[in-house]
Design a protein around this ligand. Structure first.
Ligand SMILES: C[S@@+](CC[C@H](N)C(=O)[O-])C[C@H]1O[C@@H](n2cnc3c(N)ncnc32)[C@H](O)[C@@H]1O
Length: 291
């Protein structure tokens, strides 16, 4: 074996070193990234999120073979319609969710649906990877029956990547740990062979849920409605008060009389908007209907 071959690092090692090399993220570039995601999605990035922003965006830079945040920002800003904008947004959203998250909401939803006639409709406004809208759909199927026209769930999110996963309805079995055996059997199909350990939402349930991209900041919302209930959970926390207030005002005509608005555990809508009053733990009604 030649000496040079012995001493030279294998090509893959050199490549790896280049891959893990830290790229500088200046204050100016971090501030610009914060401004751009605020303008596009309403998301406020505090200074302590800098490392998170770096880790998420550096993957985009590496995919695009760009070694400088300035060049990446120029690529975005030179073309307002660049497809990279969606990838930028997808990279900076936080999508943490779970089936039956904030479990106390689901018996309230079931009681509400039981009391109202007609076809019950729900909007899940920040649906992420689908656990929330499918949990709503399971609750309504158990309460109202699963026949067509009994209920519908419209699910939206700004992030196209999570919507893709949501629409596929495929999850790892361990993600269903908050479901009962009966719910697993009734609403999910188990994967076999190479798909062992995976589950898929049964078509009967999936058919009641529609998915669409919707930016809560957009001037026009192209969603159906009005709804019996709106779920807006764990997304307002990323927005400032002004944005939250604007969004809440736009929910008002989208709720049917007697409709409910569900919030996340750390979100207080009655403090932000006079249009909503607290009816129960993080569940709101329209103030104009308060008796
Ligand atoms: C933490 S997840 C919450 C998911 C679910 N609602 C829950 O409580 O488990 C927040 C979601 O809000 C979405 N989001 C962030 N900004 C948004 C915007 N401007 N319009 C619509 N969705 C947005 C993100 O993509 C993300 O999937």
């Amino acid at each position: 074996m030649k000496k040079s071959t012995l001493l030279a690092p294998p090509e893959s090692t050199t490549l790896l070193a280049q891959m893990v090399q830290r790229l500088p993220l200046s204050d100016t570039h971090f501030r610009r990234i914060s401004q751009l995601i605020y303008q596009r999605a309403g998301i406020v990035l505090a200074d302590h999120k800098r490392e998170m922003v770096y880790n998420r965006l550096v993957r985009r830079l590496r995919t695009l073979n760009i070694d400088d945040f300035g060049r990446y920002l120029a690529l975005l800003e030179n073309d307002a319609n660049s497809a990279e904008w969606q990838a930028f947004i997808n990279a900076l959203t936080t999508n943490l969710t779970a089936f039956f998250r904030e479990a106390h909401h689901f018996p309230i939803l079931a009681d509400h649906a039981r009391q109202r006639g007609g076809s019950y409709s729900v909007w899940s406004t920040a649906a992420s990877t689908g656990e929330e809208p499918y949990s709503i759909a399971m609750t309504l199927a158990e309460t109202l029956g699963a026949g067509p026209g009994k209920f519908s769930v419209h699910a939206s999110d700004i992030d196209t990547q999570v919507l893709e996963k949501a629409a596929s309805g495929v999850y790892r079995q361990e993600e269903l740990r908050t479901l009962s055996q009966a719910q697993m059997q009734r609403f999910f199909l188990r994967g076999t062979g190479p798909h062992a350990g995976m589950v898929r939402v049964r078509p009967e349930l999936a058919n009641a849920v529609t998915f669409a991209r919707l930016n809560l900041l957009a001037h026009e919302w192209t969603q159906p409605g009005p709804f019996d209930a709106i779920f807006c959970r764990n997304v307002m926390i990323y927005f400032d008060k002004e944005t939250q207030e604007k969004i809440l005002r736009r929910f008002v005509p989208l709720l049917k009389p007697g409709g409910l608005l569900f919030a996340g555990h750390s979100e207080n809508f009655s403090q932000i908007s006079k249009e909503f009053y607290l009816r129960g733990q993080t569940v709101y009604g329209l103030t104009k209907e308060r008796s």
